[in-house]
Design a protein. Structure first.
Length: 187
């Protein structure tokens, strides 16, 4: 089973460098064009199933990628973006993203999702897919935070806990094979 993951295309909040977790922001015109480009790049990839975040920016990206391929799309809350809680909508420049995304800091917040809880959510989702869809080639259409957790699921968490740099950019994609997965050390 192979797993492709792409991050949704650009939104106005990406452009304005605002924290965008559970906020349901649509693609902008650049984002629509980015999705069309990634659709071309993925056109020769064998994809049996698309699993998508229910947030509109991911749904729009998935629909454009799917185009006339008629691949079944499943929407799953397990791969919606991390909940930034009280930090939603803040300018990135005013927020300490590296501390928020350091796996070893494991900070607790008023309402934002804890990183270890977030990783657990994504890892459990990936474990379910490996069991439920063992022979399918799956495309995940999700978010930057999801791409970080997926990368760590397959490649491990860096010893310094710095996972922020592992995220995909808008409409960038990565491919993984389930047989190469590294065991998660905290199971």
């Amino acid at each position: 089973m192979s797993l492709l993951i792409t991050r949704h295309s650009q939104t106005d909040w990406n452009l304005k460098r605002k924290i965008q977790g559970k906020s349901d922001i649509a693609l902008n015109e650049t984002g629509i064009e980015q999705a069309k480009e990634v659709a071309k790049k993925l056109s020769n990839e064998p994809i049996d199933l698309i699993i998508c975040s229910p947030l509109i920016r991911a749904r729009q990206t998935a629909e454009i990628i799917n185009g006339d391929r008629n691949i079944p799309i499943i929407y799953d809350d397990s791969i919606s973006e991390i909940d930034y809680g009280e930090f939603e909508g803040m300018e990135v420049a005013k927020f300490n993203l590296p501390a928020f995304w350091n796996y070893h800091c494991n900070n607790g917040y008023q309402s934002a999702e804890n990183i270890k809880d977030f990783f657990k959510r994504v890892y459990e989702f990936l474990d379910r897919q490996a069991t439920k869809q063992p022979k399918k080639n799956i495309l995940l259409v999700a978010h930057g935070g999801i791409s970080i957790a997926v990368n760590c699921y397959f490649n491990g968490i860096p010893t310094n806990g710095d996972v922020l740099k592992l995220g995909l950019h808008n409409c960038e994609y990565a491919k993984y094979e389930f047989q190469r997965r590294i065991e998660y050390e905290e199971r």
